[in-house]
Structure formats: C-alpha cells, structure tokens
Design a protein around this ligand. Structure first.
Ligand code: ADP
Length: 395
C-alpha cells in the first residue's frame, strides 16, 4: 500500500514537473510567436516605410511637378519640381492645395476628380514675373483597397517650349504665305491688265512683262532660300570642305556685284590679305559673302563704300568682316536681324528684292562650318558683320 502511495506520489510529482515544463515550453512558444508577429509587423511597416521613401525619392527626381493629395484634398506630398513651378517649399504636407499652388484651375481639377472621371487632362497658363508658361495637368483619382476615394495624383508637365515651337511654326507659315502672295498678286494683276488690252500698247506691254519677270525672279529666290534654310535647319546639309583662298573668293563675289554696286555709286574694296586660306565649302561660302555684300550695297550709303577684310585670330580661326558706311542698325533690331523674315524696314527690303532670309542663311551656314557670326553697328559707324571660319591646315 505504502509502495503504491509512493508510486502515486512519484507519478504525481513527475506529471507536475512535466506539466510545469510543458507550461513553460508553451509560454516560450507564445513569446516566440509574439516576437515573430512583432518582427513581421515591424518588417512590414519598415517595408512600407521603405516603399514610401522610395516613391518620394522617385517623385523628387522627376522633372514633372507631382502633387499627391489625401482624401480631404490636403497635400500628402509635393515634389521639388512642383515647388519650383508654383513657387512654394515642398513637400508642403498637410497644407491645402489652393494655398500651396495659388491657382484656382488646379484646385478645380482636383475637386472634379472627387466627383467625375478617374483621369483628367487640362492645360493651364501660368502668368509669372517672366514670360507666361504653359502646363499640362494629368490628374488621377486614387482609390483604397475597398475602392473608396483616397485622394488624387496630379502631374504637371511644362509644355512651354512645345507651345513656343507651335507658335513659331504658325508664324513661319503665315510669313511664307504672305511673302508668296505679294509677288503672285502683282503677277496676276499684270497678266490681267495685259489681257484686258494692255498687250496692244507696246509701252504697257514692256512695263507689265517687266513686272512679271521681276516678281517671278523674286518667287524663285524666295523658294530657293526657303529650301536652303530648311536643309540647313534640319542638319541635312552636307558641306564639301576644302582649302579656299579668301581673297579670291571675295573678289569673285565682288565681280558679280560690280554692276549693282555701280548703280548706287558704291565702291567695293577687297582688303583681304592674299595668304589667308580657310577650310570651307566654296559654294556655301559664296552664298554667305553674297548675302552680306548684297546687304552692304542695298542698305549702305549710296555713293558709299563696302569693304571686305579678314585676319587670323591666332587660334586656328580666321575672322572675316564685311562693312559698310551706311546708316547702321538700331540696337533693338540688331538682336533680331538673324531671325527668319525679320526686317528693320519691310517696305525697303521688299523694294530691293529682299526675302528677309539672307542673314538667317548666313548664320546657319557659318554655324554649319563650326564658326559664329555677329554684327556691330552704330548710327555714325555704319555696319560690320563678322564671321569666323577654320583656317586650312591650321595655318
Ligand atoms: P533682306 O532680304 O531683307 O535683306 P536679311 O536677312 O539679309 O533680309 O536682312 C534682314 C534685315 O537686316 C534687312 O531687312 C535690313 O533691315 C537689316 N540689314 C541687314 N544688313 C544691313 C546693313 N548692312 N545695314 C543696315 N541694315 C541691314
């Protein structure tokens, strides 16, 4: 009996030890589980934090402005580009959108996203201290896991350059149409007059045929200049570079202009030293020299002088100059004369058969040779155009 009792006690003791061991093992497992859960949660939070940080870093590197809004329309995050576009300090977290961007159209786009479509596109004109800028807004409604409205993403693209190019293209088409229409209407008028009986009068016949002749020449000149300019601007022009004696090249052009210069009493002077040899495309160089000499004869002083000079700059370049002793060009116009179709005096240029493209062609041809062009002009010192070319063989 005693032995049985002793056995029971031993068994009870053993089971108590086993139970205690089991309990402590269970608690350890519970602790491990809790630790694992905490680690998982921390990991998940760290992962989310990392993801959010990565998204913010990505937004901040974007050239487009980005503003992320929360469900109440407040700013969750705005990137640097957005700050620069609207003049505020990013990330502007917690501030109202309108207070940050100070533009009602932006706030209106964000408000529409709460009610209307998921994606919106809108173009905005930003008036600033400088010239106006154009922004394209792409706006996207954000939804949470249950599909509930959870704010919005606004992306701002600066499309100012694109709009400027479009405006330039439209202006160019309008200019070309105008330039074509003027000689065409004069030719049409002359033909109608001849058909109406003008052809029977020998004097009128010569006069109107002369008008037709001059204006068809002008149309040909305009179309040739336009084609050349388009080749130059597209970078498709292939230069055939070779050593060119500058004095001889200038003399050739001066010989061609002799008659026209004499008609205005202008003396042409070639002061280019014979030893200077440039690396150039002879046909294109002739074009540059012709355009500059043509202007010197046309716009310089009647009974005046047009002079060509050149000198080595000592760094492998030659500077060529064509000057006249005419009335000069106003400083505000000097900044624009290399633009296509820009003329100081439109009527005078057209009377003289100018296309308004001569200096734009000069600039592009010189740049295609790796050189640059500039003008110096003043009321009492006439006008001098300078351009640079590479010296042949670095001599
Ligand atoms: P255009 O066919 O009118 O001559 P250009 O592009 O050659 O076109 O010149 C643009 C304008 O620059 C001219 O219309 C003229 O007003 C001005 N200009 C050019 N060269 C001279 C010059 N040597 N003296 C004064 N004005 C000039």
């Amino acid at each position: 009996m005693i032995a049985l009792l002793a056995l029971l006690l031993v068994l009870l003791g053993a089971s108590a030890v086993a139970w205690r061991r089991e309990r402590s093992r269970g608690r350890a497992a519970e602790i491990r589980h809790a630790e694992a859960l905490a680690a998982l949660r921390a990991g998940r939070e760290a992962g989310l934090r990392e993801q959010a940080q990565r998204a913010v870093a990505l937004f901040d590197r974007m050239v487009e402005g980005v503003v992320v809004l929360d469900a109440t329309g407040g700013v969750r995050h705005a990137n640097h580009a957005a700050g620069e576009l609207f003049g505020f300090a990013p990330p502007a977290t917690g501030r109202a959108l309108l207070e940050v961007v100070r533009h009602h159209e932006v706030a209106a786009v964000a408000a529409r996203l709460g009610r209307e479509p998921e994606v919106l596109e809108h173009e905005l004109r930003l008036e600033g201290p400088g010239p106006a800028r154009f922004l394209q807004i792409n706006a996207l409604a954000l939804r949470d896991g249950q599909g509930k409205h959870d704010g919005a993403l606004l992306v701002f693209h600066d499309v100012t350059r694109l709009r400027q190019l479009e405006a330039m293209r439209q202006e160019f088409v309008a200019n070309v149409s105008h330039e074509l229409r003027t000689p065409l209407s004069l030719i049409k008028g002359a033909v109608e007059t001849l058909l109406d009986g003008g052809k029977d009068d020998a004097v009128a016949l010569t006069r109107f045929l002369d008008i037709i002749d001059r204006h068809t020449d002008r149309l040909t000149l305009l179309i040739n200049d336009l084609l050349l300019l388009s080749t130059l601007e597209s970078g498709r022009l292939r230069l055939v570079l070779q050593p060119v004696s500058l004095r001889a090249a200038i003399q050739e052009v001066m010989d061609d202009f002799q008659l026209r210069a004499r008609a205005r009493g202008v003396e042409l002077v070639n002061d280019v030293p014979p030893a200077l040899v440039a690396e150039a495309d002879p046909d294109r160089l002739r074009q540059v020299l012709s355009n500059l000499l043509d202007n010197a004869v046309k716009y310089g002083r009647a009974e005046g002088r047009a002079t060509a000079c050149a000198r080595s700059l000592g760094d492998g370049r030659i500077e060529v100059s064509i000057s006249d002793d005419g009335p000069g060009i106003q400083p505000e116009a000097q900044a624009r004369i290399f633009e296509r179709f820009y003329r100081v005096d439109k009527a005078r240029s057209r009377d003289q058969g100018g296309t308004g493209l001569g200096l734009a062609i000069v600039k592009h041809v010189v740049q295609a040779h790796g050189g640059d062009v500039r003008v110096e002009s003043g009321p009492d010192k006439g006008t001098t155009f300078y351009f640079t070319l590479r010296q042949a063989n670095g001599k």
